[in-house]
Design a protein around this ligand. Structure first.
Ligand code: HEC
Ligand code: HEC
Length: 296
């Protein structure tokens, strides 16, 4: 602070600094005490914080403060608490039979919540967020299972090993290319297509008269029944679809069915055994299984 005092200001009687601009002089006004008070208080506050909390970085460590607070341990504890809370129900999901878990609505609520997230992250790209599928990708809510009985166990197995996947145990789905491989000529394919479409009551395409459908019946018995069954009800060991229902993976119009029989179909579903934990796989299987049941 300047020790110089100019002549006192005639109006206020205060000392002036002696600086002068065009006749205007500057008063020598001291900094208000309050400013020093807050400066001192802030400094004191800082010192108290240094003592109480972790503050100064040292070479290998840092000053820890007398309160011993540590954000990292707080987070660790919260994570442990959350894991313990989760493990209470996840342990039941792994230990109890899928049927028991599926029968417990409170538990299934947690399963469905986690399952939906897993499904959207891993499965929705192909099966859709609502699991209703699309052309070439099965609708998982339709109860029209290709593989197994639609039990959580069967679904879990599909997820684990995949279909036509690179897994050694993969489910193998082979609809043969009857036309391309020269097994059936176009006339026979037209006939069997007409027959197959008649099984699910579809409107006959042009030229699909009773004679053609009848001829198709024989072609079917000779070439198709081994996989799709005499009644065309499908075979869930082979992934051969039921051809009498309203679910069509690859389309039901005459052209689409012709394409299926002519060129064959080999659906591809990746295997998740190496990517998802057994728990996540179980949760997904229960979730997908639950999709086919009416909402509670
Ligand atoms: C790259 C695409 C793709 C992804 C991703 C995918 N799937 Fe599939 N999934 C398929 C195809 C294609 C089929 C049908 C294969 C066939 O034709 O037999 C299938 C079949 C299934 C089936 C068997 C349906 C039945 O009728 O038996 C289940 C269950 C299934 N998927 C569940 C899942 C789950 C759960 C996930 C996520 C972890 C998933 N899929 C991810 C393509 C996929
Ligand atoms: C070796 C067993 C096998 C034989 C034989 C076979 N199929 Fe298939 N078929 C399958 C399998 C498996 C699928 C499912 C393919 C997939 O999705 O990966 C399928 C799918 C189909 C589909 C598609 C159904 C849909 O939902 O879109 C039609 C149609 C069909 N077969 C008709 C026939 C006809 C007609 C014949 C005889 C000419 C025949 N299949 C012979 C195994 C067979």
């Amino acid at each position: 602070m300047s020790s110089y005092t100019g002549k006192p200001d005639p109006v206020t009687g205060r000392a002036t600094t002696g600086h002068e601009w065009n006749g205007i002089e500057e008063l020598e006004t001291p900094i208000p005490r309050l400013v020093f008070f807050f400066l001192g208080a802030a400094f004191l506050f800082a010192v108290i914080c240094w003592i109480l909390y972790p503050t100064w970085p040292l070479v290998w460590s840092y000053t820890r403060g007398v309160l011993g607070t540590d954000q990292r341990s707080v987070v660790t504890r919260q994570v442990e608490e959350a894991a313990a809370e989760r493990s209470a129900w996840t342990a039941r999901v792994m230990d109890e039979s899928p049927a028991d878990v599926a029968a417990d609505p409170a538990l299934m609520r947690l399963v469905n919540e986690a399952g939906h997230t897993l499904f959207v992250d891993n499965c929705a790209a192909c099966h859709g967020t609502r699991a209703t599928g699309g052309l070439g990708f099965p609708n998982l809510t339709a109860k029209a299972w290709l593989w197994g009985d639609g039990s959580p166990e069967a679904i879990e197995e599909t997820i684990r090993i995949g279909i036509n996947s690179t897994n050694d145990d993969t489910r193998a789905s082979q609809m043969l290319a009857f036309g391309r491989d020269g097994v059936l000529d176009t006339q026979k394919i037209d006939a069997v297509v007409a027959y197959v479409r008649s099984l699910s009551g579809l409107k006959p395409a042009a030229g699909d008269d009773a004679a053609r459908i009848e001829a198709g019946r024989q072609v079917f018995a000779d070439n198709c029944a081994s996989c799709h069954g005499e009644e065309a009800k499908g075979n869930r060991d082979l992934g051969a679809p039921d051809l009498t229902d309203a679910n069509w993976l690859y389309g039901s119009d005459a052209y689409s069915v012709f394409t299926t029989v002519y060129g064959g179909r080999q659906g591809h579903m990746p295997h998740w055994g190496a990517r998802l934990s057994p728990l996540d796989t179980r949760i997904l299987a229960l979730y997908v299984h639950g999709l086919t049941r009416p909402a509670q």
